[in-house]
Design a protein around this ligand. Structure first.
Ligand SMILES: *[C@@H]1O[C@H](CO)[C@@H](O)[C@H](O)[C@H]1NC(C)=O
Ligand SMILES: *[C@@H]1O[C@H](CO)[C@@H](O)[C@H](O)[C@H]1NC(C)=O
Ligand SMILES: *[C@@H]1O[C@H](CO)[C@@H](O)[C@H](O)[C@H]1NC(C)=O
Ligand SMILES: *[C@@H]1O[C@H](CO)[C@@H](O)[C@H](O)[C@H]1NC(C)=O
Ligand SMILES: *[C@@H]1O[C@H](CO)[C@@H](O)[C@H](O)[C@H]1NC(C)=O
Ligand SMILES: *[C@@H]1O[C@H](CO)[C@@H](O)[C@H](O)[C@H]1NC(C)=O
Length: 451
C-alpha cells in the first residue's frame, strides 16, 4: 500500500526534525554489486489470504453483466495481502506486511467503521480479524498524549485516532516502546483475517501529527518516528541491519478457492530468507527525494520515504518502441499489481494474445484467462529480472458469456511524469528475494529459482 497523497505535503513542509530525519548521508552504492548476505536471525512464514473485497465485488458485478447463469470465481488473489503474526502488548494479531508505508497500527476495540465515502457503517463492515487492540489489557502500553494518527492509503482506505507505545514482536524479534497507531476511526476493506498493518518503509513517511484533532494533520505538524525495523536496529536487536522478503504466488486453485493460505513465503530480519535463488542478483541504492522538487534525487540531503529504485527498462514484445526507464518506482509488498507508466502498460497489455483490453468498469486491463502472456523483464542495476507469466493473470470472474476473465498483473500507473510514483507490487516480487537495507540505503534483488 503506498501512502501516496502525503508525500507532497511532507516535502513542502520541510520542518523535519533532525534527530529522526533519514537523509542521504552515504555515497551511492555501486550500480551493480555482489553482496554476500547473511542468513536471517529471525524468520517468520507469511500467510496470505485471498478473499473478494467489497471494492472488487463492484468490478465482478460489472463483469457479470446481466447474465443470470454466470458464476463468480471467489478467492482470487487480485487483492491478496501478505500477513504475518504480530504480538502487540501481549495480544496477537495478523497484520499486513507493507514495505510501501511506515506506520504500524491496530484498531482499538470499539472503533467506528466508515466506508470509503466517509459514511458510518457497522464495525463488521471493516472486516478485521479480531475486535481490535485492548489498551486496558496491555501492561506495557503507554499513551502518547496530544498527538494523533491520520493515514490515507493509495487505495482510499483511511484511519485516524490516538497513538501510543508498546512492545511489538514479530517472529521472535521483539522491540520495546514501539510507537504505533491505535485508531478509533477506520475506513477499511478488511478480509476477516488481518487486524491492521506493519509498515516497513522510512521514518519520514510516518503519519503521527502534533495535534489532538486528526483532521488538523499536515506536513507542518508531522512528528516523524522510527518504524518497527528502525527501532529494532536502534535497540541493537539485529547483527545485520537488513530484512528480507519472499512472497510466493498461490496456486491457481488457492487463488480461486482459499480465504486463507498458510506458508506463502517468508519475512526475515537480520538476514536473507531461506528460499532457492539463481545467481542473478544486484544491489542498488534506494532513491531519496528532493525536498524542493519532490522527484527522486541522489543528492546528499535527499529524504527517504519508500523503497524507490531506478528501473532502467521494462522489456517485452514491442517495448523497443518505448522509453521505458522509470526512476520513481517503489517495491511495495502491500500492492498486488504492478503499476507502470501509461504507455508501457498500454503496449505490454496489447502484446497479450488476445490483447488485453482496458475495461473502465473493472478499472484495468482484462483478458480471457487462457490468453498467452508476453514475456516481461525488469532491468534494475544492469540485471534483468523476469516475471513469470502466471503472475500476469489474476482471475476475477466469468463474464456474461461464461469466459473466465483475468485482470492482468501489470496495469496503468499514470503518465510518465517525474513526480508520479510507480509500483512493482507482488506480481514482480513473487519472482525475487528482496532484501532491504534502509540503514545503508540499499536494496538487493535476487532472482528466485522457478517454482
Ligand atoms: C498465527 O496465529 C494463528 C492464531 O493464533 C495460528 O493459528 C497460526 O498458526 C499462526 N501462524 C504462524 C505462521 O505462526
Ligand atoms: C496535553 O494537552 C493538555 C491541554 O492542552 C495539557 O494540559 C497537557 O499538559 C498536555 N500533555 C502533554 C504531555 O503535553
Ligand atoms: C507540539 O507542539 C507544541 C506547541 O504547539 C510544542 O510545545 C510541543 O513540544 C510539540 N510536541 C512535540 C512532541 O513535538
Ligand atoms: C487527516 O488529515 C486531513 C488533513 O491533512 C484531513 O482532511 C482528514 O480529514 C484527516 N482524516 C481523518 C480520518 O481524520
Ligand atoms: C529521475 O528522473 C528525473 C527525470 O524524470 C530526473 O530529473 C532526476 O534527476 C532523476 N533522479 C535520479 C536520482 O536519477
Ligand atoms: C480460450 O477459451 C475460449 C473459450 O472460452 C476458446 O474459444 C479459445 O479458443 C481459447 N483460447 C486458447 C488460446 O486456448
Amino acid at each position: 500500500m503506498g501512502v501516496l497523497p502525503v508525500l507532497s505535503a511532507i516535502l513542502l513542509a520541510s520542518t523535519t526534525h533532525a534527530e529522526f530525519t533519514f537523509v542521504r548521508r552515504t555515497s551511492l552504492a555501486p550500480r551493480s554489486q555482489d553482496v554476500a548476505l547473511p542468513a536471517a536471525e529471525f524468520t517468520v512464514p507469511f500467510t496470505g489470504k485471498a478473499s473478494v473485497r467489497k471494492s472488487k465485488k463492484g468490478a465482478l458485478a460489472a463483469l457479470r453483466g446481466g447474465a443470470s447463469n454466470a458464476v463468480v470465481v471467489d478467492g482470487t488473489d487480485f487483492d491478496e495481502e501478505y500477513i504475518t503474526n504480530v504480538t502487540v502488548g501481549g495480544q496477537h494479531f495478523a497484520l499486513i506486511v507493507d514495505t510501501g508505508s511506515s506506520d504500524t497500527w491496530v484498531p482499538q476495540i470499539g472503533f467506528n467503521c466508515f466506508d470509503l465515502d466517509h459514511n458510518p457503517v457497522s464495525p463488521d463492515t471493516c472486516a478485521f480479524g479480531t475486535p481490535g487492540f485492548n489498551i486496558q489489557a496491555s501492561k506495557t502500553f503507554k499513551p502518547f498524549p496530544n498527538v494523533s494518527f491520520n493515514i490515507t492509503y493509495g487505495d482510499g482506505e483511511f484511519l485516524s485516532g490516538p497513538v501510543g507505545f508498546d512492545t511489538i514482536s514479530v517472529g521472535g524479534l521483539s522491540v520495546t516502546g514501539q510507537e504505533f497507531g491505535v485508531p478509533t476511526l477506520a475506513a477499511w476493506e478488511g478480509d476477516t483475517v488481518n487486524t491492521g498493518l506493519i509498515g516497513l518503509a522510512f521514518p519520514e513517511l510516518t503519519s503521527v501529527y502534533n495535534t489532538t484533532d486528526p483532521t488538523k494533520a499536515s506536513g507542518a505538524n508531522q512528528l516523524p518516528y522510527d518504524p518497527f525495523f528502525f527501532t529494532a536496529v536502534k535497540e541493537k536487536k539485529l547483527k545485520n541491519s537488513i530484512f528480507s522478503v519472499s512472497l510466493d504466488r498461490g496456486t491457481l486453485e488457492q487463488q480461486e478457492n482459499d480465504i486463507f493460505d498458510a506458508n506463502l513465503g517468508f519475512l526475515a530480519f537480520g538476514g536473507i530468507v531461506p528460499v532457492p535463488v539463481t545467481d542473478t542478483s544486484v544491489t542498488v541504492p534506494i532513491e531519496g527525494y528532493s525536498a524542493t522538487t519532490g522527484i527522486p534525487s541522489s543528492a546528499l540531503g535527499s529524504t527517504f520515504f519508500f523503497y524507490t529504485v531506478d528501473v532502467e527498462s521494462f522489456t517485452f514484445p514491442g517495448s523497443n518502441k518505448l522509453s521505458t526507464a522509470q526512476n520513481n518506482t517503489i517495491l511495495d509488498t502491500g500492492t498486488t499489481l504492478n503499476f507502470v507508466p501509461t504507455d508501457v502498460a498500454a503496449a505490454y497489455n496489447a502484446a497479450f494474445k488476445p490483447p488485453a483490453v482496458n475495461d473502465p468498469d473493472v478499472g484495468g486491463f482484462i483478458v480471457p484467462c487462457n490468453a498467452t502472456v508476453p514475456e516481461f523483464l525488469v532491468r534494475i542495476g544492469g540485471k534483468e529480472f523476469s516475471v513469470d507469466g502466471r503472475d500476469q493473470l489474476l482471475p476475477i470472474g466469468t463474464d456474461a458469456n461464461g469466459v473466465l476473465t483475468c485482470i492482468t498483473g501489470t496495469q496503468d500507473g499514470g503518465p510518465a511524469v517525474a513526480d508520479n510514483i510507480f509500483i512493482l507490487g507482488d506480481v514482480f516480487l513473487h519472482n525475487v528475494v528482496a532484501t532491504f537495507n534502509p540503514i545503508a540505503e540499499q536494496v538487493t534483488l535476487t532472482q528466485r529459482q522457478k517454482y
